[in-house]
Design a protein around this ligand. Structure first.
Ligand SMILES: CC(C)(COP(=O)(O)OP(=O)(O)OC[C@H]1O[C@@H](n2cnc3c(N)ncnc32)[C@H](O)[C@@H]1OP(=O)(O)O)[C@@H](O)C(=O)NCCC(=O)NCCS
Length: 200
């Protein structure tokens, strides 16, 4: 047995993870077979410097380590984002001490600017509130990252303050904006959307 094989008992809990479908995307549990694609997509400084834990450069071994470690902890759900069956990025949420899980996401650079992150984040949020009954979600974005901030705003998140994140790729901490989405705000957005669709 090599170090890369995972026994059934150790295997990430793919079976307990739902598949989330949007108009254009499918979000599913990561698999070890995704390693090469993840390594290629994530090996970009613009991704690493805007996320807390992605190293740069990002090698195949990093992708394998990541794939072996995700979805082990209670309160964590990590998905790969697929488009027509191809992995284009990843997203998910993990538990935080204050009870509001924190969401995160990244996409391969070739896929930026097409609304995919917003579409994936909305699916994640609908799952978190609609299926899992969370009362609030939180998120953080570097102050130099307007695209991520905009994704959060389009999903209904509200700015709550500033903070610092340790960014692995720069071996330093960086200022971030903090955001929060309450379940009630999400419910209002959903019912307003349903009302608008009924009127047109
Ligand atoms: C942040 C990220 C996920 C956005 O992905 P995306 O699919 O391009 O996002 P979307 O297309 O859904 O939305 C991006 C929004 O930001 C806007 N935007 C992009 N660059 C911008 C900029 N420099 N200034 C202001 N707004 C900007 C877009 O116009 C769009 O808003 P709109 O729909 O109102 O026009 C992607 O850039 C990424 O992976 N970045 C690196 C990792 C990262 O930052 N992750 C988030 C960690 S908090």
């Amino acid at each position: 047995m090599t170090g890369l094989e995972i026994t059934t008992a150790e295997r990430p809990r793919e079976g307990s993870m739902p598949v989330l479908e949007t108009e254009r995307l499918v979000l599913r549990a990561p698999r070890l077979g995704d390693a090469k694609t993840i390594a290629t997509l994530a090996n970009d400084r613009r991704i690493a410097e805007n996320t807390a834990r992605i190293p740069h450069p990002y090698k195949l071994a990093d992708a394998k380590t990541w794939l072996e470690s995700v979805n082990r902890a209670d309160g964590e759900q990590t998905y790969v984002i697929t488009l027509s069956g191809d992995v284009i990025g990843a997203c998910g949420f993990e538990a935080r001490d204050d009870g509001a899980p924190e969401i995160g996401y990244w996409l391969g650079v070739a896929h930026w600017g097409k609304g995919y992150a917003t579409e994936a984040a909305r699916a994640l949020i609908d799952h978190a509130f609609g299926d899992l009954d969370f009362t609030a979600l939180q998120a953080g974005a570097r102050v130099t990252n307007p695209a991520s901030r905009r994704v959060l705003e389009k999903c209904g998140f509200q700015w709550t303050g500033v903070g610092l994140y340790r960014i692995r790729a720069i071996s330093s901490s960086a200022p971030i904006d903090r955001f929060r989405l309450e379940r009630g705000i999400w419910a209002s957005i959903k019912s307003w959307g349903a009302m608008r669709r009924a009127l047109v």
